[in-house]
Design a protein around this ligand. Structure first.
Ligand code: PLP
Length: 446
């Protein structure tokens, strides 16, 4: 009998008792190859000795001091590290305890910025369908995942909604990629006009969509066009890199590959690699200067912001990534994983698309490849694949989402940056076996 309110109230999950490198162990002693790091969190795997040592040192020194009284050396050192490696102009950092908190802080900082510079009439956010920005009310409001939003919709702020950049399903037959990008940007422009471009605070999007679509990057030119469009109207651009950031795609930040710098960027998951809960907002200097010259403060705060233990863990994770040159390794191993996924699934009748960057990959499952028809939601394919993968000793992150009224299933892979080629072979093999086992158990309706 568990007194914990678990995610599923129908079933108490297995008990995890240990982790080492790319593996997690349950109470029965079974080992699981952790190919999703939870939800793209455990970038260095489990029990990394250098991270543990740094955490022990910090614990001996100071676990926590409230930020209204003190800063700490470790918080300052982490901020220095992040700013040194940030996209152009991002000079300041606000620490929080996770991804949703980072998104909330970014939304509020964006709003406060306009109040400080004398544009209080800006009150709207615009974001995309099939996006996920977190589960707190502000983050849930900007997120476009209908399943998660549905019962809370009446209490969420109104957000302007546009299409995701989802080439596999939304680029029309015969439409060139530049024409598709132009169409997406035109829709955003129309939405800005509809709301009034001087009433919009910010556009919020994930550079590589994680949970809701499964590692979907926008086509070339989208982010540059978006940056230009926001600049035209003085609208802020918020890049949510909670899942795709901190090296996951092979560059420290996914926006680096788009050649743009956002006004605000949220990071979390891979920042602390799961060793401690931590997230952050990176901000352009102008944002912080406006608050400094104006009210003199950012009107926000939580008890645990800038937590010393969390900062120590994150600093150690980031230093290991730099010292061991793991970003080039993510690119190399990512290219290997891509090759192996294609080798295993290119001819698979129920794999419609394989997409991703670095060590962040999505495999979309379809009932029919030519029509891209999805499986019946009642089949709960994603949940079955997750259970079967665990039976095969693999942790992956399958999701089923609503794609404009259709139900789609995909599997997200986010293995640790330290994964070897042999371990990635195992990931692909076990995933293939899990998918085939599930589909063999259930006749696929024509
Ligand atoms: N933003 C993105 C892009 C995410 O993927 C997530 C979580 O999956 C969040 C925000 C919310 O982060 P957290 O679950 O740490 O609150």
């Amino acid at each position: 009998m568990s007194h914990v309110i678990h995610r599923s109230l129908a079933q108490v999950p297995l008990v995890a008792v240990g982790g080492k490198g790319v593996e997690l162990f349950d109470q029965a002693g079974k080992a699981y190859l952790d190919a999703s790091g939870g939800a793209a969190v455990s970038c260095l795997g489990h029990a990394h000795p250098d991270v543990l040592a740094a955490m022990h040192r910090q614990l001996d020194q100071l676990a926590y001091a409230h930020t209204s009284f003190f800063t700490t050396e470790v918080q300052e050192a982490l901020a220095d590290h992040l700013v040194t490696h940030a996209p152009a102009g991002m000079t300041d950092v606000y620490f929080v305890s996770g991804g949703s908190e980072a998104v909330e802080a970014a939304l509020k900082m964006a709003r406060q910025y306009f109040v400080e510079i004398g544009q209080p009439e800006r009150t709207h956010f615009v974001a995309r369908r099939q996006s996920y920005h977190g589960n707190t009310l502000g983050a849930l409001a900007v997120g476009g995942n209908e399943w998660r939003r549905k019962q809370f919709a009446p209490i969420l702020m109104d957000v302007g909604r546009v299409a995701p950049a989802y080439e596999y399903r939304d680029r029309l037959d015969g439409e060139s990629q530049p024409a598709y990008v132009a169409r997406l940007l035109a829709e955003i422009d129309t939405k800005f006009q509809e709301l009034g471009p001087d009433k919009v605070i910010a556009f919020v999007a994930e550079p590589v969509v994680g949970a809701t679509l499964g590692a979907v990057a926008a086509p070339a030119g989208y982010w540059q066009g978006l940056r230009a469009l926001c600049d035209r109207y003085g609208i802020l651009l918020i890049a949510d890199e909670v899942m795709c950031g901190m090296g996951r795609t092979g560059s420290l930040h996914a926006v680096e590959q788009e050649g743009i710098s956002p006004d605000l960027m949220t990071i979390a998951k891979g920042l602390g690699g799961g060793y401690q809960p931590i997230g952050a907002v990176l901000a352009q200097r102008k944002m912080v200067e406006a608050m400094r010259r104006g009210s003199g403060m950012f009107q926000h705060g939580h008890t645990y912001i800038g937590h010393a233990m969390a900062a120590a863990a994150a600093l150690a994770v980031q230093q290991v990534i730099q010292r061991d040159q793991l970003l080039p390794q993510v690119l190399a191993r990512g290219a290997y994983l891509q090759k192996q996924l294609h080798a295993r699934f290119d001819a698979h009748p129920h794999v419609g698309d394989i997409r991703g960057r670095g060590l962040f990959w999505g495999v979309e499952l379809v009932q029919d490849r030519s029509s891209k028809a999805t499986f019946d939601p009642a089949f709960k394919l994603h949940a079955k694949v997750k259970a079967q993968a665990m039976a095969h000793g693999l942790l992956c992150y399958p999701m089923g989402g609503t794609i404009d009224g259709l139900h789609g299933d995909h599997v997200l892979l986010a293995p640790p940056f330290i994964s070897s080629e042999a371990e990635l072979d195992q990931v692909v093999e076990r995933l293939g076996d899990a998918i085939d086992t599930v589909l063999a158990q259930q006749p696929v309706a024509a």
